[in-house]
Design a protein around this ligand. Structure first.
Ligand SMILES: [Zn+2]
Length: 62
């Protein structure tokens, strides 16, 4: 998946890169490793938990 992938359908915190785009984990509270997976419509980087990426394709990310 490209880091420039546009990801839609996110909550405001997900779109700001403050929460996981796939499971919704709040990165301000949950210290889980995460990596950039794309950008939101606002241009902010969007992140997802490491280890969740394999199953993300059929979920929120399209
Ligand atoms: Zn997650």
């Amino acid at each position: 998946m490209s880091r420039d992938t546009l990801i839609t359908g996110l909550t405001p915190v997900q779109a700001d890169g403050l929460a996981c785009a796939t499971c919704g984990a709040d990165y301000m509270r949950v210290p889980v490793p995460h990596v950039p997976v794309g950008r939101s419509v606002t241009g902010s980087q969007v992140f997802a938990c490491v280890g969740r990426l394999a199953g993300a394709a059929g979920g929120v990310l399209r």
